[in-house]
Every structure is written in C-alpha cells, then in structure tokens.
Design a protein around this ligand. Structure first.
Ligand code: HEM
Ligand code: HEM
Length: 166
C-alpha cells in the first residue's frame, strides 16, 4: 500500500514538474531558463531527501523480513548522502531564488504570490536544515518530529509555489 502512494507522489512530482517547466513555462532569457534548470535540479535533490520518510516508514511497517533487512541496509548506506544532498539542494535552490529575485521580482512585483510562496519555501527549507542539524547532534522524540514536520511543510510549500501561475 505505502509503496503505491510513494511511487505515485514521486512520479507525479517529477513528471509534472518536467512537463510544466519545460513545456508550459518556456522563456527566451537564458538566465531565467538557468533559474528554471536550478529549480528542476533542486526539486529532484530535495525530493530524494524527503523520500527517506517513506523508506523508514516501510522498514517500520513491513512484515516481510527480507524487505525490512534489505531496506535497512540500503538506508544505512544511503543516509551518508543525506547531508551532502541537503547542502547541494540548498545551494542550487539559492541560485534559483537569486535569479528569480533579480530577474522576475522587479517585473511581477516582490509581493506577488509566486514570490511570497518562494519566501515561505526557502524559510521552511532553512527550518528543515536547522531541525536536521539538531536531530543529527542528538536524536529525541521531539527532534525527530520537528525535522519530519518541517520537511513535510516544506514539501507542501514548494509544491504550491511551483504551481502558482504568474
Ligand atoms: C526566495 C525564494 C524564491 C523565489 C523568489 C522564487 C521565485 C520563483 C519564480 C519567480 C518562479 C517562476 C519562474 C518562471 O516562471 O520561469 C519560480 C518557479 C519555481 N520555483 Fe521558486 N522561488 C523561490 C524559492 C523556491 C524554493 C525553495 C523551491 C523549492 C524547491 C522552488 C522551486 C520552484 C520550482 C520547482 C519552480 C517551477 C519552475 C520554474 O518555472 O522556474 N523555488 N520560483
Ligand atoms: C533539505 C533538507 C532535508 C530534508 C528535506 C530532510 C528530510 C528528512 C526526512 C523526510 C527524514 C526521515 C524522517 C523520519 O522518518 O523520521 C530525515 C531523516 C534524518 N535527517 Fe534529514 N532532511 C534534510 C536535511 C538534513 C540535514 C541538513 C541533516 C543533518 C545535519 C539531517 C539529518 C537527518 C537525520 C540524522 C535523520 C534520521 C536518520 C535516521 O533515523 O537514521 N537532515 N530527513
């Protein structure tokens, strides 16, 4: 059951973002296109990190021993990449934000809903990073919940941000 929702969310977000960005929002300015490319790459990197939730969820819930062991091994190796992916994703998205703040902000106005949801997304991303760092230092029930909740609100925020029309 979980793997269906999991696969659906991923395929949906990746396919829809590719179709949406590259077919419906084509621009002539190469700088703006770079901003879009950064958004696409950043989205995929950060989505990989969010997927850790589903992996841990399946490990907890599955009654198939083989799946449990295999995923546990996989996640142990894969978590080595969690922090580098978070940092690279943030750097890439910061480039996206900078380009759009300088190129699109002055055109549509800095209080446009597209930008407001952008500020919210990057704010939630920073909170997720901070919560991740807290959790990394010392795990507790609260810290675990804090990092997970921040990550999920971040996911909602950037999905809304992505689909706000200009
Ligand atoms: C201060 C922060 C941000 C600002 C000012 C901002 C601004 C924008 C703007 C103006 C667009 C429309 C660009 C276009 O029509 O080509 C856009 C699109 C997008 N943004 Fe952001 N953004 C910010 C943060 C984020 C964050 C944190 C994410 C998280 C992944 C994100 C993901 C996307 C995606 C996926 C798109 C659709 C692709 C595109 O059309 O460029 N943005 N953003
Ligand atoms: C872009 C930012 C990030 C996102 C979207 C993200 C997302 C997630 C998610 C969804 C989980 C699974 C939570 C669960 O099921 O309880 C997780 C676990 C974790 N994250 Fe992050 N994270 C990010 C950044 C970071 C950073 C910067 C750190 C550390 C400095 C970090 C440290 C951890 C740790 C220690 C775990 C627990 C792993 C375990 O239980 O073995 N995360 N993260």
């Amino acid at each position: 059951m979980y793997h269906r929702i999991w696969t659906f969310v991923n395929v949906f977000l990746i396919v829809i973002s590719i179709v949406y960005i590259w077919i419906f929002r084509s621009h002539d300015s190469s700088l703006i296109v770079t901003g879009q490319l950064l958004a696409q790459v950043g989205l995929i990197l950060l989505l990989i990190n969010i997927n850790m939730y589903f992996i841990f969820l399946v490990i907890r819930k599955t009654s198939v021993r083989k799946v449990k062991i295999r995923l546990a091994k996989f996640s142990r190796h894969f978590m080595k990449w969690h922090i580098p992916i978070a940092i690279w994703g943030t750097v890439v998205i910061a480039g996206h934000a900078l380009i759009n703040l300088t190129q699109i902000g002055p055109v549509i106005g800095f209080a446009h809903f597209k930008l407001l949801t952008g500020y919210l997304s990057i704010g939630m991303l920073c909170l997720t990073l901070f919560a991740g760092w807290l959790r990394h230092k010392k795990a507790s029930g609260f810290r675990r919940k804090f990092h997970l909740t921040a990550a999920m609100i971040f996911l909602c925020a950037f999905v809304i941000h992505m689909f706000v029309l200009i």
